[in-house]
Design a binder for this molecule. Sequence first.
Ligand code: SF4
Ligand code: SF4
Length: 269
Amino acid sequence: VVTAKRPPVIWLSFQECTGCVESLLRSSHPTLEHLLLDLISLDYSETLSAAAGHQVEEAKADSIKANKGRFILVVDGAIPTKDNGIYCKIAGKTALEILKETAPHAGAVIAMGSCASWGGVAAAGSNPTDAVGIVELLPKQKVVTIPGCPPNPYNLLSTVLYYITFKKLPELDEKGRPKFAYSRIIHENCERRPHFDAGRFAQQFGDDLHRRGACLYKLGCKGPETYANCPTVLFGETGAGTWPVGIGHPCFGCTEQKVGFQTPLFTLA
Ligand code: SF4
Ligand code: SF4
């Protein structure tokens, strides 16, 4: 059922791992039920819609028709472009076709995660399906990017609620990222920064300095070249230190197009 009162949202998932949706499911303010039942009308989501099959495809088509220029489109996952996009099909259509028949009618388009922003994991290494992000496929539209792998759910929620409240998008940087979330480098707000400044570096995982919270720069930390609010917003609602660097893993730059997925960690054979 399409409601006219709550702002309509259509969420399309393509070459993805569902980590972006899982990230949203772990947010608590607003709670997911408050978001879905009171604040927005989620008219289509492969993961969260109660309907399935023809029924949910109809709901999507009805929502696009009824809410032209008004609905918020969220996309997670990359789009394969090789061989006319046949490597990702939903309800008989390629991801390419679905994006192109949906995005031009949206009021706002948001790429959730690094895959939707610029290809991410699907485009890593030899990129066997010629996967790209939606920014590349929608050159005439303004696309908000919320990169991260997974991205922080509060960066999506804040963008959506800002748009609903002020009827415009928040200020974006040159890569389409909201400045409120991506204008500072990780290194600026990292709790290990005093160790960096004092020259105390972990040399290998599990060594004494690693155990004592020293800087992870020599283990490959990309915090000095990565823009994101991970150290201040944190993940998973479990308190101080709950972000990758906080628990002892170097930042691998997942919010940066030219850093995160160029690392050996994500180079596929
Ligand atoms: Fe999964 Fe990361 Fe891609 Fe999101 S950005 S779909 S979490 S691989
Ligand atoms: Fe900077 Fe990374 Fe060291 Fe933190 S752990 S201070 S982000 S280099």
